[in-house]
Design a protein around this ligand. Structure first.
Ligand code: SAH
Length: 217
């Protein structure tokens, strides 16, 4: 990220406090994730009228019926993905671009797919203006992943699907981790972790979440 977007900004103390109270105190200890969450200016990813609430403990509307996830959930999913500086990540559901920015601070490259064309365009512009050079955003149906840049060490899906899209499983690297909310839309979903170990898929249930529905083109 460019220096001009770096701290201090007028929300810095709110952001540091958000990380302590909502994330660290709830048991997330991955230092790279905590560092990213302290750095990324979340208030620049929400519509101006919600800026004052950007560091509060809930999701916020970003237009087009979509939301930016609660900060804790972003931290939880990023930590569950086990980011590391050499890893390549795919995100399905760019939305505001915030999760992509948090990933970009913790891995080598991020590829993010968004099904609402306006959101894909806005978030690509926002991330570029902030100086993120290791994030690529494209409009499309993330069900199909992003074959060209596969395999991915990390795949994070930020919309609730009924089932795990098979192309995503195929685009997961060996020892890769896929995090996805599974369940009916408008209901509580389960956040699932799939790990590819020696070519086999191992599944773990992580927690309960509430995401906007996964759509298809
Ligand atoms: N990660 C986002 C929050 C996303 S909300 C952030 O940090 O702001 C979920 C997003 O997933 C919405 O923008 C929605 O349009 C998108 N989405 C839903 N189904 C999709 C699909 N099949 N492919 C790509 N994006 C999808």
């Amino acid at each position: 990220m460019d220096d001009r977007f770096q701290q201090p900004d007028k929300y810095e103390s709110a952001r540091i406090n958000m990380v302590t109270v909502q994330i660290l105190d709830r048991g997330i200890s991955d230092t790279a994730v905590l560092r990213a969450m302290r750095k990324v200016p979340r208030h620049l990813f929400v519509p101006p009228e919600y800026r004052k609430e950007a560091y509060d403990d809930y999701p916020l509307p970003i237009g087009y019926g979509q939301t930016i996830s609660q900060p804790y959930i972003v931290a939880f999913m990023t930590a569950a993905a086990m980011p590391a500086p050499q890893k390549k990540a795919l995100e399905v559901g760019t939305g505001s671009g915030y999760q992509a920015a948090v990933l970009a601070e913790t891995v080598k490259e991020v590829y993010s797919v968004e099904i609402v064309p306006e959101l894909a365009k806005e978030s690509a512009g926002r991330l570029a203006a902030m100086g993120y050079k290791n994030v690529k955003v494209r409009f499309g149906d993330g069900y199909k992943g992003w074959q060209e840049y596969s395999p991915f060490d990390i795949i994070i899906v930020t919309a609730a699907a009924e089932q795990v899209p098979q192309p995503l499983v195929e685009q997961l690297a060996g020892n890769g981790r896929l995090i996805i909310p599974i369940g009916a839309p408008q209901e509580v979903q389960e956040l699932i972790l799939l790990e590819k170990i020696n070519g086999k898929i191992e599944k773990q249930r992580l927690t309960f979440v509430r995401f906007v529905p996964f759509r298809r083109l």
